[in-house]
Design a protein. Structure first.
Length: 460
């Protein structure tokens, strides 16, 4: 009997052990829902690298969906025209409450994952409050500047440490705050020199000594920290710009600097986000640059963009007929077309009233216009402001006493002239010869000494 009992017990234990080995299916998704007040969109859009997921918004302002979590946890969440940071982990059941008229100020998360996302929202509001005026920050002397960014970092750390978020998540956020400090610090030399109009300015060892060490090939940090991504980009851009006095081809120098980045994903992201714009220009090296971009990315979305842009840009090489514009509204009354300006060179500034870099070029443009007022050249400024901002354009032209031919494009970014010149960033400057052919589809800015050199070469 004892033997039978023992065997029964062994059998039960074995059965129990078998039961314990049965694995519960791994949850590979998060549930994301929300309630939106003052609905201004038909969908909530989640975005990450090479990832877009759309969640329909119901008539009552609610939304609910299951989001599969793969190798990305951090998303940009867009509702209407505004965005916010979002973190979703496997097993989360997160609910968002938001009023689109207040947006960031109204964001509240509930449910599993709420503490982490409320921390992201709190940090965004804090940094928005601390951001201040970029020019005012970067024109400060080194001591005041360091005090300012140290204060920003400490206030971020305080918000993070007081949060109820998971310790591992808080550790990531503390790292992000550190990299925010570092990326702002790294920009000081170039920004300070720009704003004080001294391109020869060099930061002292005091600035360089504050820079923390970092591993540019840390893929986990790159994915989780927006500030690390900014820092990595700034680091590579600074090294490339430091070689501008080098007589070697730009692509050769870029390749040399990029050897530091051995992680393929990071490499293609840095190239796409920082060098695609400068490489994809309507110049003689366009084909060589295009081949470099295609060789350094496996991202199909990026590859499609490169192909599409290359096909447009190869039509903008020097000497080819310029794309035209017809009947753009003239600030002085009536309309103007590019054909009306034949007989003289035409220097075109594509800008907008909301564009900070555009407005910073205005004083330099005025100087150039005055110096070449009696020369054989037209100065044309084309605003790509939206129709709703028409009065803002009119007022700014008047207030800043802008000279030259002031025009407003017919369909802002979608204007045929803008599209055909492959303009995806402003300000953009274009030079057309008296016959209407392209001299430069990407001419030097007014602040660039190279513009006068170009005019002299053309005997303008």
């Amino acid at each position: 009997m004892k033997k039978l009992l023992s065997l029964s017990i062994i059998g039960l234990l074995a059965f129990s052990a078998c039961q314990e080995k049965k694995e519960t299916p791994e949850i590979d998704y998060a549930i994301f829902s929300g309630t939106i007040e003052n609905v201004n969109s038909e969908e909530v859009v989640l975005m990450a690298t090479n990832y877009v997921y759309k969640i329909p918004i119901q008539e009552d302002g609610s939304f609910h969906d299951t989001v599969t979590i793969e190798d990305h946890n951090f998303f940009t969440c867009r509702i209407g025209a505004e965005t916010t940071a979002l973190h979703l982990a496997k097993g989360d059941s997160l609910h968002l409450k938001i009023n689109t008229e207040l947006f960031d100020e109204s964001i509240v998360y509930e449910g599993k994952g709420a503490a982490e996302n409320n921390l992201l929202a709190a940090r965004y509001l804090l940094n928005e409050e601390l951001a201040g005026d970029v020019q005012a920050i970067y024109t400060q002397n080194e001591g005041k500047f360091i005090e300012h960014i140290q204060d920003v970092r400490m206030k971020n750390e305080k918000v993070i440490n007081e949060s109820d978020a998971d310790d591992a998540f808080k550790a990531l956020q503390l790292e992000d705050a550190k990299y925010g400090f570092a990326s702002t610090l790294m920009n000081y030399e170039s920004y300070h020199g720009y704003f004080i109009q001294n391109q020869e300015y060099k930061a002292s060892d005091t600035i360089h000594a504050q820079m923390p060490e970092f591993d540019i090939n840390n893929i986990e940090t790159y994915r989780s920290s927006p500030n690390f991504r900014t820092l990595a980009s700034a680091h590579i851009s600074k090294k490339v710009n430091a070689t501008t006095e080098d007589d070697r081809d730009y692509l050769v120098r870029l390749n040399e600097v990029m050897e530091e980045v051995t992680e393929p994903f990071i490499k293609e992201e840095i190239i796409y986000n920082n060098f695609e714009y400068s490489l994809m220009r309507p110049e003689e090296t366009l084909k060589e640059n295009y081949d470099f971009l295609m060789a350094n990315t496996q991202n199909e979305t990026y590859r499609e963009e490169y192909v599409e842009k290359y096909e447009r840009l190869k039509k903008l090489i020097k000497g080819l007929p310029s794309p035209t514009f017809e009947d753009f509204e003239n600030h002085n009354g009536g309309t103007t077309s590019l054909g009306d300006l034949k007989g003289k060179y035409t220097y075109i500034d594509v800008w907008a009233t909301w564009c900070g870099p555009c407005k910073r070029e205005i004083p330099y443009l005025k100087e150039i216009e005055e110096e070449y007022r009696d020369k054989s050249i037209n100065f044309v400024s084309i605003s790509i402001d939206r129709a709703k901002d028409h009065d803002t354009w009119v007022d700014m032209v008047n207030e800043k006493e802008l000279s030259g031919v002031q025009l407003m494009a017919d369909k802002d970014w979608k204007s045929d002239f803008v599209v055909n010149y492959a303009i995806d960033g402003i300000p953009r400057f274009i030079l057309v010869d008296p016959e209407g052919n392209i001299v430069s589809a990407d001419a030097p800015r007014p602040s660039d000494p190279g513009l006068k050199e170009l005019f002299e070469e053309l005997n303008i």
